[in-house]
Design a protein. Structure first.
Length: 138
């Protein structure tokens, strides 16, 4: 039985219980999930643009950094409006320091337990900055 069949079956049960026609719709995304989605998309795009800029400089000796700089400043200022210095440090580390030009990848480790802290994806970064937000609101 497909998902649509299950939805139709549930809808018919609801119609029978209520004694009227009803309609179902997908759950609306919460503000926090939309914020996470946008944050992850921004980080992916910034990582792509930064890689492209570095590739142009390395491969073709074309320096786009002066051209791109005002965009980065604007984005950093928007981050400044929404995130603490500690959160921005995590974001900037992930964008500019984690992935080395040699292909090596730096990892975060917990100083107390020496366990590796997941930081591979924008979703991981989102989780880290949310942890810092919770610490700061206590």
């Amino acid at each position: 039985m497909s998902k649509n069949d299950n939805v139709d079956k549930i809808k018919s049960y609801i119609d029978d219980i209520l004694g009227t026609k009803s309609s179902l719709r997908n759950k609306l995304t919460s503000k926090k999930s939309r914020e996470k989605e946008l944050f992850c998309e921004i980080l992916q795009n910034l990582q792509f643009v930064n890689g492209r800029t570095m590739g142009m400089k390395h491969d073709y000796k074309i320096n786009m950094m002066d051209y791109d700089d005002p965009f980065y400043v604007a984005i950093e200022n928007l981050f400044h409006l929404n995130y603490t210095q500690e959160q921005r440090n995590i974001i900037n580390w992930w964008l500019y320091d984690k992935f080395l030009p040699t292909g090596e990848v730096l990892v975060l480790t917990n100083k107390e337990t020496e366990e590796i802290i997941p930081s591979e994806t924008p979703e991981d970064v989102w989780g880290l900055i949310q942890e810092h937000e919770k610490k700061n609101t206590k």
